[in-house]
Design a protein around this ligand. Sequence first.
Ligand SMILES: Cc1ncc(COP(=O)(O)O)c(C=O)c1O
Length: 399
Amino acid sequence: MSIKLANRLASVRPSPTLTLNAKARALAAQGADVVSFAAGEPDFDTPAHIKDAAKVALDEGFTKYTPTGGIPELKAAIIEKLRHDNRLEYAPAQILAAVGAKHALFNIFQALLSPGDEVIVFAPYWVSYPDMVRLADGVPVVVQTDPKAGWVPNPDDVRRALTPRTRAVVLNSPSNPSGAVIPAKALEGIAEAVRDHDCLLVSDDIYERLLYVPEGFQNIANVAPDLIGRTVVVNGFSKGFAMTGWRLGYAAGPKELIAGMQMIQDQQTSNPTSFVQKAAIAALKGPQEPVEQMVAEFRKRRDMMVAGLNRIDGVSCATPQGAFYCFVDVTGLIGRGYKGQPVTDSMRVSEILLEDFLVAAVPGTPFGAEGFIRFSFATSPAKIEKGIARIAEFASQLA
Ligand SMILES: Cc1ncc(COP(=O)(O)O)c(C=O)c1O
């Protein structure tokens, strides 16, 4: 007997980044010397004081259920972080801790959307947004951004995309995959575009700490304080504290939305892992030097990768302002001949790079940007050097 799955699954695709990572891992397991630029996580270990806090919590028996949205002490630490780092004020009823930022985002859409409701996402987008919206019976409305404008959303395009069904606009700065940071002026323009429209602003700030611009971090609630009542800030511990596997994130926003998300979470995961919450408090309150050292190292690797890629004929790479990805224009490679066949698109470039040159990187198409490939610099300088030499070798073989 074959199992008939729910209709909603027909609308989602397997995560292309996870698929590519799996293929690269399979090759590596066979002994191939794969250089992976596919990672979506820091290659640094979680700082020791954070691990220690988890160990203490375990030893003290902090292993039982907690309140669904997080222990009061964690909520207080998150509120203090948002006040200190982001100049935003929240009450405990406006905070929900979840099993990663991904989980928080998923539950925002579950709590917000009715069938046919629209959510504006900017391309290139993090691959999960459209599928999360679809899984909540919503409709992702993709607004293109322009590489010549540094992938910064244009407020006029937002205005054009708004309809009576628009329930939310998703902002992600610094962006995965483009590394773009939305400047304050553009945030103001977006705020102006949505001001008379009754929709939620979802600010995915997960790469907040991984920032290479002198202005420092700003989100839409900073530049448009009048919209705080309909902004939900999403953040977490994965990227900034090298805690991807720990699975902890949070949302801060309107209390009605947070209450709705909590109702869903009550029936879904209940609380995020008890002792991980204790570790997260240590991350927020403890020394920030490990984060700063990691960011300084990422900046060096970024510069190295940008310079190396730009030396390759047919490849062009803008300098990312945040996160740990170079989003690279490979249109100069597409259409050329490789082993007697034309290189058709960025997916084909990625395939050849992995199969023939043992370099893993994610094609732009699933991010909504054909002609580009995402190279993560969350890997060692030696690997970056080796990988770039291999990409240059591939480019030199094109007819
Ligand atoms: C833009 C963006 N938002 C959210 C997440 C999810 O982070 P977490 O590990 O906290 O679920 C990621 C992870 O890749 C991401 O790139």
